[in-house]
Structure formats: structure tokens, C-alpha cells
Write a protein that binds this ligand. Structure first.
Ligand SMILES: Cc1ncc(COP(=O)(O)O)c(C=O)c1O
Length: 444
């Protein structure tokens, strides 16, 4: 039996239990809760918003499946929240990473792989001529904003309610994803000055953004071109184009955060799919193939401001890490035209299947290539307020019901389901069969 250890005498009120031979999720969580806030290293993983009292601890992943500490198998629709577009432990990625590891895990010096990855990214994104790699999307977004401020000589930035750009202090205002899930309006610890530099406007609201740019001179207008952190809420026709025009007219840089959409919705991300070009692009997730890597990029004229070419400082011990670069390159190599066609077909099948399973119920399924969200509302939301007004308790019941049936959906309505190339028709059929029962149970 797990017994309290030395940690229990410390200040925290959660008993720290010892490691045992029986390692179910529940037992591991009992130990984790005393050692890590909420027992996790990132909030949504705790699964609290869907009403579970402990998270599911993962033992391994195989293709489209997750296997938990209790030995349960799940069809995984989270795929590490996006990076695993090839699924778990893809042989090419495993081989690339092990090959890189054998040569050394980090040098703190440049490698040719980074140059190859930069060339691949610049070839895919028309608006990107140069990139700087970071280890996380948060850092990439933060650095892009710094560069935008340096380039424009202005401080304020505009973001959209429900958009998440990582946990950058000034960008936490009305962010979606885990922040929305936890119901935290904005985080304590963010200074008034940082918050004051951020203006938040509702997504898809032309009047609101026009009013905001008339009132303030922004360094950057920051947008997820296909917002997926309030669930998937695509721009209404013409909205993103109008945002682009307003940025150009007012001298603000349009920073498109393609951490989710990049390399997923099309070869060249949302910019290719929607035909709108960014001044600066933020990338993450798929670019690292499941290892920590992200980047920001844009035209040479802007990127040359970054140190050491220019005066805007930004650095990282593990930036461009050789293992992450190897995983990213191996992943991008597989993402050719045929791969995007297949992803589109799988996404369409999943979305249609979920729609069918929810027929007659107040559920609205939204999808774009590689991303799907079933909203628990009759109408698909057009902004964060509408997404927040969905029946979140019903989503929680549904998600728990799916987990009980061997399907692993995001533990929050404010996320997208991530389709991978490892998924297949059988995985979708399993999911849709489970969803037919879970929708009825959740809303019955
Ligand atoms: C659109 C977007 N931007 C930025 C981030 C932050 O990336 P990271 O979690 O790698 O810091 C995320 C993370 O989910 C994201 O979805």
C-alpha cells in the first residue's frame, strides 16, 4: 500500500505517497498530486473540467492508440494536442530521433538539420523567408510580439477573445484552451502594465476591431487564423481578409499564430488554405514532430532585426535541438499532397460520422482539414462568448462516456480533436459507434 513519505510533512496539504508496484492511473495520481500542482505539468491534462477526479496516466502510444497505466486502449483524438500528425511512434520519426540521439542530444551549436528544416518551412510558407526556432509555441509567440514592437516602435497588441497564444503574460487575457477550461478570466501574476498593453476584441466582430484600431496604434494584431482553442471557430467569410487590410492600413504587423494550423490544414498552413498572408508567422506542434520545437518567421527585412543579425534579443539553450529537428524533418517529409488529401478525407469522415451520431440532438460539428470540434449547441459558435455558452456539462458527460468506451477525446470543449494520418476507417467507426451512445447518454 502506498504510504506517506517525508513529503507529507512539508507545507503542502496533499499527502505524497510512495511508488508501488501496482501502478494504475489512480495510484500514480495519488502520488503525483503531492508532487506536481494538480498532479500534472499542464492544466487540461488533469481532466477536471470533464468531471474526472484523476487524470489518465499514459504508458505508451501506438499509431492512433493510447495505452494507459491500467492497460486500457483508446483511440486517441488528442495526439499530444496536435504535434503527432503521423500518430504515435511513427517508425520514420523513431528512426530519425534515435539516429540523432546516437550522435549526441544537444550541442548548443548549429547543425545542418536546422538549415534543412528552415528551408522546408520557408518553402511551404510564402510569407516566410527566415525563421528563428524556439522550444515552445509560447516562446515563439512572445518573441514575435517583441519583434513586432521593435519594428513598429509601438507597445499595444490586439488579440481576439478565445485565442490562445501560449502563457505569455500579456497574452493571457481572455485566452481559450486550458484557461477557459479552468474558468480563469486572466491569471493572477500578470502585471497591470502587461495587461494594459493588450486589447481584446471578439472574434468575427468587424465593428469591434475597427473601433479598436481607430482608438489605439497597435504593434501587432495577433490571430489564430483558424482559432482552435475555443473549439474550432473558423473566420466568417471576409473577416480575416478585413483584419489583414486593417493591419496594413494602420501600420500594425499581422502576426498569425499557426501553432495548430501550420503544416496541418494545408502544406502552407491556414495562410495557404485561406489565402491571407501574415507579416510574422508563429509555428509549433507539427514542426517538432512530437518533440519540443517551435519557430517564428517572416520576411528577411523583419527577421534580420533578431540577434545576432540585429538588435532584438532572443535566445534558447535548446532552440533547434537536434532530436526535435530530426523529428520535425521526418514528419514534414511525409506531409506531401497525398498526405493532405488523406487527412482531409479522414477529417470529413470523422466529422460526418459525429454529425450522424448526434442527429436530432443539440450538437453542432465544425471541421477543417485535420481538426474537428463537436459543440454542444444547436448552432456553431462564431465567437468565444458563444463557445462559452455551449452546454459544457454535457460535453463533460460525453467525454467521460467516450473514455469509458475506449475513445480519448480532448478533456475540454475548448479544444479541437486532432486527426492524424495514423487514424483509419476502423478507428473512425469505433469512435462513431461510441459517440452514438455517448451523445445520447450525455443529452438524454
Ligand atoms: C495557437 C497556439 N499558440 C501557441 C501555443 C503555445 O504553444 P506551447 O504549448 O508549445 O507553448 C498553443 C498551444 O496549444 C497554441 O494552440
Amino acid at each position: 500500500m502506498p504510504g506517506p513519505t517525508r513529503g507529507a510533512r512539508h507545507l503542502c496539504d496533499v499527502a505524497v505517497t510512495a511508488r508501488t508496484d501496482t501502478r494504475t492511473s489512480e495510484v500514480i495520481y495519488a502520488r503525483a498530486a503531492g508532487l506536481m500542482p494538480g498532479g500534472v505539468n499542464s492544466p487540461v491534462r488533469a481532466m477536471r473540467s470533464i468531471g474526472r477526479d484523476h487524470p489518465i496516466f499514459i504508458e505508451r502510444g501506438e499509431g492512433f492508440e493510447l495505452i494507459d497505466a491500467d492497460g486500457h486502449r483508446y483511440v486517441d483524438w488528442v495526439c499530444s494536442w496536435g504535434p503527432l500528425i503521423l500518430g504515435h511512434a511513427h517508425p520514420d520519426v523513431v528512426e530519425a530521433v534515435s539516429g540523432a540521439a546516437e550522435r549526441g542530444t544537444s550541442y548548443g551549436a548549429p547543425t545542418e538539420g536546422e538549415v534543412e528544416l528552415a528551408a522546408e518551412v520557408c518553402e511551404r510558407f510564402e510569407s516566410v523567408e527566415m525563421i528563428r526556432m524556439t522550444s515552445s509555441g509560447t516562446e515563439a509567440a512572445m518573441s514575435a510580439v517583441r519583434l513586432a514592437r521593435a519594428a513598429t516602435g509601438r507597445d499595444p497588441v490586439l488579440k481576439f477573445a478565445g485565442a490562445y497564444h501560449g502563457h505569455v503574460d500579456g497574452l493571457l487575457a481572455e485566452a481559450g484552451s486550458g484557461l477557459a477550461t479552468a474558468g480563469i478570466p486572466a491569471s493572477p501574476g500578470v502585471t497591470k502594465a502587461q495587461a494594459a498593453d493588450t486589447t481584446v476584441v471578439p472574434w468575427n466582430d468587424t465593428d469591434a476591431i475597427e473601433a479598436a484600431v481607430a482608438e489605439r496604434e497597435f504593434a501587432a494584431i495577433l490571430a489564430e487564423p483558424l482559432p482552435a482553442n475555443m473549439g474550432l471557430v473558423p473566420p466568417e467569410p471576409g473577416f480575416l481578409e478585413h483584419v489583414r487590410e486593417l493591419a496594413t492600413e494602420t501600420g500594425a504587423l499581422l502576426v498569425l499564430d499557426e501553432v495548430i494550423s501550420g503544416f496541418r490544414v494545408a502544406r502552407g498552413g491556414a495562410q495557404e488554405l485561406l489565402g491571407v498572408k501574415a507579416d510574422l508567422t508563429v509555428m509549433g506542434k507539427v514542426i517538432g514532430g512530437g518533440l519540443p520545437a517551435a519557430a517564428y518567421g517572416g520576411p528577411r527585412t523583419l527577421m534580420q532585426r533578431i540577434a545576432p543579425a540585429g538588435d532584438v534579443y532572443q535566445a534558447g539553450t535548446l532552440s533547434g535541438n537536434p532530436l526535435a529537428v530530426a523529428a520535425g524533418l521526418a514528419t514534414l517529409e511525409r506531409l506531401d499532397a497525398a498526405a493532405y488529401r488523406r487527412l482531409e478525407s479522414l477529417t470529413g469522415q470523422l466529422a460526418a460520422g459525429l454529425r450522424g451520431a448526434a442527429e436530432g440532438l443539440p450538437v453542432s460539428v465544425v471541421s477543417v482539414n485535420g481538426l474537428v470540434t463537436p459543440f454542444f449547441a444547436q448552432e456553431a459558435p462564431r465567437d468565444f462568448a458563444a463557445a462559452s455558452a455551449c452546454d459544457l456539462d454535457a460535453y463533460g458527460r460525453f467525454a467521460r462516456g467516450m473514455l469509458d468506451r475506449g475513445i480519448y477525446p480532448p478533456a475540454s470543449q475548448f479544444e479541437a480533436w486532432f486527426v492524424s494520418l495514423a487514424h483509419d476507417e476502423a478507428a473512425i467507426e469505433r469512435t462513431v459507434d461510441a459517440a452514438s451512445e455517448a451523445f445520447a447518454d450525455a443529452l438524454g
